[in-house]
Design a protein around this ligand. Structure first.
Ligand code: SAM
Length: 193
């Protein structure tokens, strides 16, 4: 009954995304989340998929070709430069975004997501998030540098205004070895009052 973290993250995104939405994969890696986002938004929608590693972009490109997916723009750049690719206008509002934090499985473990870039990217997505929109982070934190990112991210999310955002964490508290967990940020209102 209790979903594991990735299925839970995907379930949340699938609930939030409307067909035709603009959506973001902030860390496309091997492309699993990109495929899920592509299916959720459909042919009328668009996925912006970021990664700083050429290997990740290539892996995702192959996966998308295998699945005959065409509604994805792959961006070989850091997610904190999202503002260069997505306007802050009404018709470019973001329906949902996913971050899968940590390192690319099966690759260079020293290339990891960094707290300042992650938080900067989340803030830029928040500035473009539509009402009812959702940001989901799957937080892997067992590797060197992971704890610092987890702590900074939790501190940032906890200070988001509760009148505008619903913020949750979800994870298994009886698992060994720093199990991953989910943080989700839902924009529930435009107004402070
Ligand atoms: N979502 C992926 C999947 O479905 O296979 C897994 C992502 S993996 C845990 C984390 C990824 O974040 C790595 O591919 C890494 O290169 C990427 N990354 C690290 N820092 C980044 C940054 N500043 N901007 C974009 N991607 C980054």
């Amino acid at each position: 009954m209790l979903k594991r973290v990735i299925p839970f993250a995907h379930h949340l995104i699938e609930q939030a995304v409307q067909p035709g939405d603009c959506v973001v994969d902030a860390t496309c890696g091997n492309g699993h989340d990109t495929v899920m986002l592509s299916r959720a938004t459909g042919d009328l929608g668009k996925v912006y998929a970021f990664d700083i590693q050429a290997e990740a972009i290539e892996n995702t490109k192959k996966r998308l070709a295998d699945e005959s997916i065409t509604n994805v723009e792959l961006i070989h750049d850091s997610h904190d430069r999202i503002g260069y690719y997505i306007d802050q206008t009404e018709n470019q509002q973001i329906g949902a975004a996913i971050f899968n934090l940590g390192y690319l499985p099966g690759s260079d473990k020293s290339v990891i997501t960094k707290p300042n870039h992650t938080i900067d990217a989340i803030q830029q997505i928040i500035d473009r998030l539509k009402l009812g929109g959702l940001i989901v982070c799957v937080v892997y934190h067992g590797h060197p540098g992971g704890k610092e990112e987890k702590d900074a991210l939790l501190e940032y999310v906890k200070q988001l205004d509760q009148k505008i955002f619903n913020c949750i964490s979800y994870g298994f508290i009886n698992q060994k070895n720093n199990p991953p967990f989910v943080i989700a940020i839902e924009k529930k209102s435009d107004r402070l009052n």
